[in-house]
Ligand binder design. Sequence first.
Ligand code: S3P
Length: 440
Amino acid sequence: MVWTSRPVKSLKGAVRAPGDKSCSHRALIFGGLAEGTSHFTGMLEGDDVLRTGAAMSALGADVKRLGGGAWEVTGVGTKGLSSPAGVLDFGNSGTGSRLMMGVMAGHALTAELTGDKSLCSRPMNRILTPLRQMGLKDTAGPDGRLPFSLTGSKNLQAITYAPPQASAQVKSAVLLAGLSANGTTIVEEAKPTRDHTERMLRGFGVDVGVERKPGEPTRISIKGGQTLRAIEAAIPGDPSSAAFLVAAGILSPASDVQVDGVMSNPTRSGFYDVANLMGAHLGAEEAGEAAGERQINIASGYAQLKGIHVPERYVAAMIDEFPILAVLAAFAEGETVVTGAEELRVKESDRIDATVAMLRANGVEAEGTPDGFIVQGCAGKVPGGGLVQTHHDHRIAMSALVMGTATQNPVRVDDISMIDTSYPDFLAHMATLGADISEG
Ligand code: S3P
């Protein structure tokens, strides 16, 4: 079903950021592995997270959704999960499926895993390769795509692993397998990626070592056989979802947008740093802590941006924000160049191709490169008028709808149903700010 976003004169209002997707997945997984009953508030209730909850429940944890973002999870202990009765369907979620592979690897269970068309096209060997070294058995073919089945083991062997990609999902899967392996598992991380697994496991009482030496990979270590203790935690707001509203504020003349309760963690803040480098004037006000993470309220108003070459050191900390960054680049003056972001080719869609096609369909000159893209900014006057193909990618859909609030002509999107995977309140929040988005 096609949806249309029409240009509006201004966007104004305050919205609370939805619960962070990465932290919500981890809360359900770690709660299910803990001893005792955990309580979480402010959870994201997008489809991706619901599927992780369903998977943990099928494996034996007691997972209850109490309503309004509150959840109660009674865990089974570190090696307490058992074979599920049916197939585990992770829908669109790379994070849910990959982290759960790491968890299941350390249990004496067999499970069949699947997902939607997008997930079944994404590479899983990046996870299976280290887990096989530790003792996982699986039926994945040479290209490692879902669906496949896997059999874990209570006798995994610890490894030292240096992932070839900068990936928090790979790091997390190996650390989670390491939690129930014999010995100490070490992940050597060349470029820092989001550190929620390390931080949240510590919150559950697990000893996670992090050793940083200048010029060397960070060594993250976890000794097998540790116990997780149940916790009570509020989930911080999602900086990746907030980025769409913040971008809408920057693009719209006479806007005044505030997004409250956004997690501020250096491994996630690349988009905000780069937007400021391009000329945005984002305000930040302290908003307390949640689950050991700093939170801020972000104020966003109109700014005429300038194109830049995005410094590669920001790439990992904004890996999910490149489609919306490309929208900012389209409105900027001059050229924006992204390099060092080849991981975008294996996200929910090939995000380099999908992002470039989104801009071109709306009259913006853009080209893809093997590891990024180049956008020629229109200095505020983006034609619009195009139909964007989302390729089942929520972040392409939201980026296109935000773009349409400030283009010269409406922007249409082929399907927006998958926005529910990460941000079910997106349309409601955009409507609160005064956006004109409707079906047809
Ligand atoms: C995530 C890690 C990132 C990110 C994804 C969430 C996580 O993927 O793109 O949306 O919660 O660990 P990679 O680690 O594969 O880059």
